[in-house]
Design a protein. Structure first.
Length: 279
């Protein structure tokens, strides 16, 4: 079996390829450069890919059985018109190119921001209310991709990912900030500790995506989440306990992002059902 991971140098992509069996051939794509500590195993082949180019992407990737598509430009600048005016048209062409070329199974990374400013438990049947350009572009891409299924007969999983946490060598993640804050003479970090989100460790999310993708089923829209709300304050305390550190964090009440509600988390009932599906 061959699986292509689009955006394999990213925070999530670089972790996902670690969770596949060594018996599976992985085509891991990069756009800017291969990270210095890239995975050097016989089953992982690194390949340059720019979705803005014109080519038969399915053949270029070696006609994979499954594609896991995680790539999106200019993040985390969610408000840019770029997402709608430039990235969305290219993403549409890229996916159309893949499925018209013969691809039969694709996982595409969505975002919990597609729900917009809605509090509480969010499930897949709820109306989408995107309130930033990135989320709006994702919703439009989702609708477009679903419209292609009848014509090209492929299996789609639109994984609406909630909040990822974990260490990363090249990104300034919250986890890394907490670790840094524990060091001597580090500046204090202000955090809105009362915000409630749905957090999953990057390893757990990676395993979920791998299992869903290997099902090769048309699961459609699926929340990738824990199914429970956790305050940011609790998450940080748990990280400190796990790492046996004392962070230099001050918890404040200020809300950071205008496009996010104060308290929301995902419903994972459909996810659990899909994971029980036999491969």
């Amino acid at each position: 079996m061959k699986i292509a991971v689009i955006g394999a140098t990213g925070f999530l992509g670089s972790n996902i390829i670690k969770h596949f069996s060594k018996k599976i051939q992985i085509v891991a794509t990069y756009k800017n450069k291969i990270p210095k500590k890239f995975i050097k195993t016989k089953n992982v082949k690194w390949k340059f890919l720019d979705i803005y180019e014109k080519k038969n992407f399915y053949k270029y990737l070696g006609s994979p059985d499954i594609v896991i598509h995680l790539a999106w430009s200019n993040l985390p600048n969610y408000g840019l018109k770029f997402h709608l005016n430039k990235e969305l048209p290219k993403q549409k062409k890229f996916i159309h190119n893949l499925v018209s070329g013969g691809l039969k199974n694709i996982f595409i990374a969505g975002t919990c921001f597609e729900y917009g400013n809605q509090n509480g438990k969010l499930d897949e049947t709820m109306m989408e209310k995107p309130n930033n350009n990135f989320a709006l572009a994702k919703c439009k891409l989702k609708n477009y991709t679903f419209s292609l299924i009848k014509k090209f007969n492929f299996n789609l999983i639109w994984g609406r990912i909630f909040y990822i946490y974990g260490k990363h060598n090249s990104r300034n993640t919250l986890y890394n900030q907490i670790l840094e804050s524990s060091k001597k003479n580090r500046e204090e970090i202000n955090v809105s500790g009362g915000l409630i989100r749905d957090y999953l460790h990057m390893d757990d999310i990676s395993k979920i995506i791998v299992r869903l993708s290997l099902n090769k089923k048309n699961h459609g829209l699926v929340n990738i989440c824990s199914g429970r709300g956790t305050s940011l304050k609790t998450l940080i305390k748990n990280i400190c306990k796990k790492e046996n550190i004392k962070s230099n964090v001050r918890f404040i009440k200020k809300k950071i992002n205008k496009y996010e509600p104060n308290q929301f988390w995902g419903c994972n009932k459909k996810l659990i059902k899909c994971l029980k599906t036999n491969n």
